[in-house]
Design a protein around this ligand. Structure first.
Ligand code: PGA
Length: 249
């Protein structure tokens, strides 16, 4: 399994800056053997970024997707739409969607199911808040968020799934989770996975939350960590390039 470094650009970078950064990331990704560079720009940049990335090693994805193909869903974008502009993956259930936009588990599962059943690679994000962690509810939260997304998947769908563990308190705060927190959470996700899909290997699990070139090597040593979902440090070509080099080893 290759290591993934996924840049989640959130609501940053206009078209020009996103294309410029994509060009730099594709140069940095040239010749990598065990690492893939993926970028998730805002919806308005997807088309140009995908054109820029075409023919390079960089994969382009959307930060969210709706479960219906079309219809009266103001503000939403569908799987065929993101496909049409060149996306090969989507992120669903990011904690900012869950917490800021109140997307419940069932809605995230519908998004994930629609994308996976259309054959689109899907990164499902899960993770607890600080309050939930302090109350000892980390595993329970992961279970509640993940189970609806991983139940009743066909093997084709499983092959397109990536899971990201992102403790909410570590996102954009500079507070990276400790190696032992990450180890426990990833092990729990793998255990949950095998309780549902006995014979099918667990998909890649990424860690996300204040990943930087300073802490990434340490994080990658943790068992069952297959890469990073990176916000802040993916917005600069220098740090993105460093992350790719670190993953490459
Ligand atoms: P961060 O964001 O790297 O800025 O903490 C990670 C994420 O939200 O995916």
């Amino acid at each position: 399994m290759k290591r993934l470094v996924v840049g989640n650009w959130k609501m940053n970078l206009g078209v020009g800056d996103a294309v410029a950064l994509t060009r730099q990331v594709s140069t940095a990704a040239k010749g990598l053997k065990r690492t893939e560079a993926w970028v998730a720009p805002s919806f308005t940049s997807l088309s140009e970024v995908a054109q820029c990335a075409s023919g390079t090693a960089v994969r382009v994805g959307a930060q969210n997707v709706h479960w219906e193909a079309k219809g009266a869903f103001t503000g939403e974008v569908s799987v065929p739409m993101v496909r049409e502009v060149g996306c090969s993956f989507v992120i669903v259930g990011h904690s900012e969607r869950r917490r800021v936009f109140f997307e419940p588990e069932g809605m995230v599962a519908k998004r994930s199911w629609a994308a996976l059943s259309a054959g689109l690679t899907t990164i499902v994000c899960v993770g607890e808040t600080l309050e939930e962690r302090e109350k000892g509810r980390t595993n329970g939260v992961i279970e509640t968020q993940l189970l609806p997304c991983i139940s009743s998947l066909t093997s084709d769908m499983v092959s397109q799934l990536v899971i990201a563990y992102e403790p909410v308190w570590a996102i954009g705060t500079g507070k990276v989770a400790s190696v032992s927190d990450i180890k426990d959470a990833h092990a729990y996700i793998a255990q949950l996975w095998s309780s549902v899909h006995k014979a099918i290997a667990c998909p890649a699990i990424l860690y996300g939350g204040s990943v930087t070139p300073e802490n990434f090597a340490e994080i990658l040593k943790v068992p069952l960590v297959n890469g990073g979902l990176v916000g802040g440090a993916s917005l600069k070509s220098e740090s993105f390039g460093q992350l790719l080099q670190i993953a490459e080893g």
